[in-house]
Ligand binder design. Structure first.
Ligand code: BG6
Length: 478
């Protein structure tokens, strides 16, 4: 379904995010017929360049990052006709009047701040000064949204000077992932799971976001952030919220975000011995974390595992184990709900221990498996075995599922539609930092040193111990 016609201005239009995600994403939506004929994309950045120079940049981005669709020359040409460029100075006056002449008054306006947060205030102010932004204009901002509670509050206050909360779209690209939204469909679209979705029936929940990549060329950003600020405070926190929240009355922005906020506010402070920090070591043929970030004395974590508790009626006593890390053995994002033992085994001790386990794979091979206990086939008496009911969405739903919209495409279209459901509200972000800050402060106070771990493994040994101590274990990374 095409969205309303729009002008989308990308500040930082020549940056890495624009090149890798925003522009290829918009191109794919264009190919899908979702972009109305008058829609226009304006790249805005410091470099001096004309429209045709920018179109070349966009064409390259598409060829590199938009997949097979980029081979369709007519589509690429058609998309480039929608693209133009303005050289602009975020901190000065150059370029703003030209930008104004390109932005058409009667359309939806979205301004994507794909720039360092230190420029948010300058850009917001100039948009107003030059009469570019109205009450219905939308702005899009990216993570990192602050580095702690104080800086997040400051950013929120800066944006609030010029924009109302209903105009601010804070992106957490995990919320745009198909399967992440599916969490809500699974929980609230079925009667099967929700009655069991509580401390009475759930033994524990695991959330894993494992990556095989290292920190790449982002060493200086990453070394100042670590896994806590880069992944846990935002992406894993959002997954936790969707898994743990109460059913919202409606699938509407504030109904959903109110419930997520309650989860974050109900998080208990984490005991230091419920946290494992790791840093990938150098291997025979690959540099280690410290070489990658060019900081031989870095104590930043590239791996983090935590055991959390949510203090509310539904989850009292049920642990949530979260882990994320770089240079691990598989790229796997998965949520695993491990149900409790049956209250009484009529089959006796020999039958062993069997549990229902619901594993929701977010990426890759999106799908779900539910381990169900059945009788082992054969004449050997009543022996039990767990078998997975296995559903890979691409198998079940066909090519549609395989061509699923990428996170950024969906989120940008939601901005144009004016739907904030999949964006973080200011108070959510602040609540997440309020929970994160004391943990990081504790590391600093104790001069905590992350444990080295082997590349291509499952993280530090201590992370396994975090589970073993409780008689549990992580689901194998694969
Ligand atoms: C980003 C982090 O937000 O998410 C990166 O900054 C991380 O460090 C990335 O690699 C993971 O995203 P995805 O979509 O590849 O799981």
């Amino acid at each position: 379904i095409p969205v309303d016609s729009f002008d989308l201005v990308i500040f930082g239009g020549t940056g890495d995010l624009a090149r890798r995600k925003i522009l290829p994403g918009l191109f794919r939506r264009f190919c899908a017929g979702q972009m109305p004929p008058e829609a226009q994309i304006v790249g805005a950045a410091r470099s001096e360049m004309d429209d045709s120079g920018y179109r070349e940049f966009v064409a390259e981005a598409i060829h590199e990052f938009a997949g097979p669709l980029s081979e369709d020359a007519a589509q690429v040409e058609g998309f480039l006709e929608r693209v133009c460029y303005v050289a602009i100075d975020a901190k000065g006056e150059a370029g703003w009047e030209e930008l104004k002449s390109k932005v058409r008054e009667d359309l939806v306006h979205a301004f994507y701040f794909s720039v360092a947060p230190s420029l948010f205030g300058d850009i917001a102010e100039r948009l107003h000064l030059h009469g570019l932004a109205g009450d219905e204009s939308r702005i899009v901002v990216e993570k990192p949204f602050g580095k702690d509670l104080d800086s997040a509050r400051e950013l929120n206050a800066t944006l609030a000077k010029h924009f109302d909360e209903h105009q601010i779209y804070r992106i957490d690209h995990y919320l745009g992932k198909e399967t992440v939204q599916n969490l809500m469909a699974v929980r609230f679209g079925n009667v099967l799971f929700e009655p069991l979705w509580n401390a009475q029936y759930v033994d524990h929940i695991q959330i894993t976001v494992a990556e095989t990549v290292g920190v790449g060329g982002r060493g200086s950003y990453y070394d100042a952030s670590g896994a806590m600020r880069d992944m846990v405070q935002n992406h894993l926190m959002q997954l936790l919220c969707l898994i743990a929240m109460e059913p919202p009355a409606k699938f509407e922005p504030d109904a959903v975000r109110d419930e997520k906020l309650k989860v974050i506010r109900a998080l208990e402070p984490v005991e230091p011995y419920h946290i494992v920090r790791g840093q990938y070591d150098k291997s025979k043929d690959a540099p280690g974390y410290r070489q990658d970030v060019e900081n031989p004395r870095s104590f930043t974590e590239s791996f983090l595992a935590l055991k959390l508790h949510i203090s509310n009626w539904r989850w009292a006593g049920t642990p949530f184990y979260l882990r994320t890390g770089k240079k691990l053995k598989a790229r796997t994002s998965e949520i695993v709900v491990v149900f409790k033992d049956a209250p009484h085994s009529i089959f006796g001790a020999d039958a062993g221990r069997h549990r229902n386990v619901l594993a929701i794979r977010l990426q890759p091979n999106e799908g779900m498996t539910l381990d169900v206990t059945i009788k082992e086939p054969g004449p050997g008496g009543m022996r039990l075995v767990d078998v997975p009911l296995d559903m890979t969405f691409a198998d079940a739903l066909g090519p549609e599922a395989e061509q699923a919209t990428e996170a950024y495409e969906r989120l940008i279209m939601d901005v144009i539609r004016g739907n904030q459901t999949l964006f973080m509200r200011g108070d959510e972000v602040e609540a997440a930092w309020a929970w994160t800050d004391p943990i990081i402060a504790g590391w600093t106070a104790r001069s905590d040193v992350p444990k080295p771990y082997d590349q291509g493994g499952s993280g530090p040994e201590d992370s396994l111990m975090l589970m073993h101590r409780d008689g549990r274990r992580w689901r194998e990374l694969k």
